[in-house]
Every structure is written in C-alpha cells, then in structure tokens.
Design a protein around this ligand. Structure first.
Ligand code: HEC
Length: 135
C-alpha cells in the first residue's frame, strides 16, 4: 500500500506530459509511453504484492531505454544544456541501475529499499521532463 500511495502522486507528474502532447509518434515518444506503462505495471503489481509482476514491469522499463541513448538530446533539451547527451545517458544508466537494484530488493523481500528505488526512478524521469518544460 505504501508503495502505491507515494508512487501515484509522483506518476501524476510524469503523466501530465503525456496528456499535453499525445499525438507525436516519434520512436522516443513510443519508448516514453512504454516506460510510463511499465511504471504503471510496477505500481499496479505493488498493490497486489505481486513480486513477479513488479519484476516484469522493471524489465519492460529497461527495454524501453534505447532511444534515450540514441536520440540526440540536443534536439529536445534547451540550448543552454551544454551536456545534453551526457545528461540523457546518465539518466538512462541511473534508471537501469535503480531498476536492477529494485529487482534485487524484491528478491530479498525488502520493500523499503524497493520503494526507495522506485522513487529514484521517478526522479530520473522528472528531472529530464522539468528541463523540457523550461524550454
Ligand atoms: C533525458 C530525458 C528524459 C528522461 C530521462 C525521460 N523522459 Fe520522458 N520525455 C522526454 C522527451 C524529450 C519527451 C517528448 C518526446 C516526444 O514527444 O517526442 C518525453 C515524453 C514523455 C511522455 C509523453 C510521450 C508522448 O506520448 O508523447 C511520457 C509518458 C514520458 N516521457 C514518460 C517517461 C518516463 C516514465 C520516464 C522515466 C522512466 C521518462 N519519461 C524519462 C525526455 C525524457
């Protein structure tokens, strides 16, 4: 329950971007939607204490990071973000790291650590989206 409650508040932040620009069909946008749905899967499974479901969601999340690594981040981040690609790649590798850490925490039945990891993943999403909104 704890996981779901905190996560719902933060997912609303991620989803607000989704509502704003749902028409775009770029590969980046497709991967973004996959990541949102993966995060929702993790959250839904969390409400049911479905550890396998949470792990499946985390693997789906990791599988959607490719375009963050390949898309030129200067095309979407503001001009003054000099190290755009470095920033995007760092977010992608942090998401991978926290997703792996969360899987390990779930395997160890450590829900507190799993919740921390989930929150850290959401922070990676929002830290980039906040920069785009400042555009
Ligand atoms: C390094 C930057 C960056 C990170 C990290 C990032 N995003 Fe995004 N996100 C974007 C950009 C850029 C767009 C706009 C893409 C477009 O419309 O082409 C976007 C758009 C979206 C959208 C709207 C897609 C649509 O339908 O147009 C969703 C949903 C989304 N992101 C979810 C997530 C989630 C979930 C995470 C974390 C797991 C995340 N994003 C992490 C840059 C990022």
């Amino acid at each position: 329950m704890k996981l779901g409650k905190i996560a719902l508040a933060s997912l609303a932040l991620v989803a607000s971007l989704y509502a704003g620009d749902a028409q775009k069909q770029s590969l980046l946008a497709v991967d973004m939607r996959t990541m949102l749905s993966a995060m929702q899967d993790v959250e839904r499974a969390g409400f049911y204490s479905d550890v396998d479901g949470m792990k499946a969601g985390l693997n789906k999340l990791k599988g959607a990071l490719r375009s963050l690594m390949t898309t030129d981040a200067k095309s979407y981040l503001p001009d003054d973000q000099a190290y755009a690609d470095k920033f995007a790649h760092k977010r992608a590798s942090m998401i991978t790291m926290y997703a792996d850490d969360m899987i390990a925490a779930l395997n160890a039945k450590n829900m507190d650590d799993a919740l921390d990891d989930y929150t850290q993943i959401l922070k990676q999403c929002n830290s980039c989206h906040i920069r785009i909104r400042a555009w």
